[in-house]
Design a protein around this ligand. Sequence first.
Ligand SMILES: *Cc1c(COP(=O)(O)O)cnc(C)c1O
Length: 394
Amino acid sequence: MTSHLIPSYAPPDLVFERGEGVWLYDAQGKAWLDFIAGIAVDALGHCHPALVAALESQAHKLWHVSNMFKVPMREELAARYCEGSFADLVFFTNSGTEAIEGALKAARKYHADNGEEERIEIVTFQGAFHGRSYGAINAGGNPAYLKGFGPRLPGYTQIPFADEAAARAAITGNTAAVLIEPVQGEGGLRAAPDAFLRLLRQLCDETGALLIYDEIQCGAGRTGKLFAYEWSGAAPDIMTVAKGVGGGFPLGAWMTTQEVGEHMTVGTHGSTYGGNPLAMAVGIALWDEITRPGFLDHVVHMGQFLKQQMAGLADTYPGMIAEVRGKGLLTGFKLHEQYNNRAVMALARERGLLTGAAGDNVLRMAPPLIITEDHARQAIETLDAALAAARAQG
Ligand SMILES: *Cc1c(COP(=O)(O)O)cnc(C)c1O
């Protein structure tokens, strides 16, 4: 059958009919253990009862009125984000890319309003991924994502990840903002050392640049803190979230301090769907689950458990696994170059385990945060079999 979809994706020949918790099922009832969770999105697994209830009940009340009218749930969810972070003000979006655009605009607007209209330079890091809009691909700097889409936008500088000397040289009085994922997702699961984030905070303070964290993948409890930056103690000026905060419903946000956010006055920015009542209902229910006492302790424990198991795999396959990467439940391993991450991912999928690929030949796992030790053991057993099969193939 010919497809009428733009051919920008090449999914395997596999259709899931329903999901429950950590499991996905096809129409024949065959089950897959889902350790990629819609790319770190299904934070509570599939069809979590609290999210289903929130969405269902809201669906009977009100779907959409736009930002022309007040939606009290926006205030409720924004208050939760601010209570759980450095932020004072929140703007809701529908996706991560849209949150990045808002964050970049807010950074430039802050400097423009402070009499530095020319201060537009955004410093980003090699291996970054910030989304697919023009602003986001220019910030991400990945040549494969930029090629064919016209000239580079002015005002983006990219430096090596976690390189202190490069950061010192690049962050100057011309820098509007530094944009970094505390744990790189698509780029290969590299976690920025805590000391590096603290250095960025210091350099931004010294130069007047703003620090933006992209926590679209590593936020929402995935590393065992609500936000990954908390491990370092270095708070940003602006932060983006999406993916996990919606638990599968399209929801994102950028949030910031009073000092920065107050410049985004009426007419400066907008979004038709942003803060839609359905998204707010689900976002509130999700937030209340991940902030329950003990929830993040479970994530920390499971992250450590999975890491130990992966260290075991790395011992079994020293010629294949080059390095265990990531933080908390955003984790995986880099393969030596004679092996291909996507090939191992396919072999695992054939054996009932769903994982993802990331840059730098990394096999990525971002399971629902509710996994148990049994799920982790089963995933590792399947990866063991997939690695053995890849090695046998040579
Ligand atoms: C996924 C992702 C984005 C883009 O989010 P979309 O919802 O796909 O637009 C941006 N930054 C990071 C770190 C991401 O993981």
